[in-house]
Design a protein around this ligand. Structure first.
Ligand code: SAM
Length: 318
């Protein structure tokens, strides 16, 4: 008989059962679970229960969060094979990943789709924080860009990125290893820049603007309290103006809930060269020349579809 949830077969004391996580990520055939402190001594039982619940999952690891500039996940093995490499399928494309060596999260699949859908035919796109390539390969395969520049500072991410570009036969993708600032200086002009470094993307905005030709769009990601979002918009407008750009459009999109009070938030900023006459920031004085929209709550859906079959990734109720 099929096991309805891993909780049914997890060997933990009854008093602790209510603390069992209701969801976890699956990347390829690896389950990645955050285990509450009170259950840590039972982590192996939890891992074994996950493998029993879904035999397509071959590895269960404990997630200690992503750390450092390279945003690499800290992992502990709890059951199954001892490996952190796998192949993850997203939007029909295959990605080699190494969870302990280069950033990858299946929770951003909907956001990658949203961005790819915005790319126009003939665009030059830059993704200087490309990781193993889930934005750039989707854009190259599903849209018709003129060129996609994909780079990352982590050499292991770049090695996986190169291999993923080749395995998916993605064309017109230029891959390089390097710091975002250096790469952005080398590749311009571009029409779209993806700044996917949510904890520290804002300092890279001047570099992204410098890479834009006469007009373009920057997708800037941040982790923010809702009360901080308006201030980030003000900073975006101010940095853009200082770089000689007019903000033509500025939209805000909640990618997903990050913590009880914070969101992973995307700012889609369309700019055109040629600032208006200098003066106070009109966005701060009520004279908006660009639209600002907030779309909410879409992120919560992005990785929680219950699906027992297929170890296909996404955060799933289990
Ligand atoms: C949050 S991850 C995003 C990865 C990718 N966009 C994705 O969706 O999987 C941020 C990436 O930026 C890279 N990174 C961090 N600082 C960097 C820098 N200064 N220059 C280039 N890459 C950097 C990290 O190595 C990491 O792969």
């Amino acid at each position: 008989m099929a096991i309805r949830t891993y909780k049914d077969v997890a060997d933990v004391p009854p008093s602790l059962r209510p603390s069992l996580p209701s969801s976890f990520d699956v990347v390829g055939d690896i389950a990645v679970i955050k285990i509450p402190e009170g259950l840590r001594s039972h982590r192996e039982s939890i891992g074994r229960a996950i493998l029993r619940w879904n035999p397509k999952i071959r590895v269960a690891v404990e997630d200690h969060g992503v750390k450092g500039e390279r945003r690499v996940r800290q992992i502990g093995f709890i059951a199954g094979e001892r490996r952190t490499t796998t192949v993850h399928v997203e939007h029909g494309l295959r990605y080699r990943v190494d969870l302990a060596a280069a950033y990858f999260s299946p929770r951003l699949a909907s956001e990658r789709r949203r961005i790819a859908d915005l790319v126009h035919e003939g665009e030059v796109v830059a993704d200087p924080f490309a990781g193993v390539g889930p934005y750039v390969i989707l854009i190259a395969k599903r849209r018709r860009p003129r060129r996609v520049h994909a780079s990352d500072a982590n050499p292991i991410a770049v090695e996986l990125l190169r291999s993923n570009v080749a395995a998916n036969r993605a064309e017109r993708v230029d891959v390089r290893e390097g710091d975002a600032r250096t790469v952005l200086r080398e590749i311009g002009p571009v029409e779209r820049v993806i700044l996917d470094l949510p904890h520290s993307a804002l300092p890279f905005l001047p570099d992204a603007l410098a890479a834009i030709g006469t007009r373009g769009t920057i997708h800037l990601y941040r982790i923010l309290e809702q009360a901080e979002e308006a201030d980030t918009e003000r900073q975006i407008r101010s940095v853009s103006r200082a770089a000689g750009f007019r903000v033509v459009d500025l939209r805000r999109h909640h990618v997903r809930a990050y913590s009880p009070t914070q969101h992973h938030t995307a700012f889609d900023v369309t700019v055109a060269r040629g600032s208006r006459p200098s003066g106070p920031d009109r966005s701060q004085t009520g004279g908006h020349t660009s639209r600002t929209r907030a779309s909410r709550a879409s992120g919560r859906q992005s990785g929680r579809t219950a699906r027992r079959s297929g170890a296909r990734g996404r955060r799933t109720r289990r």
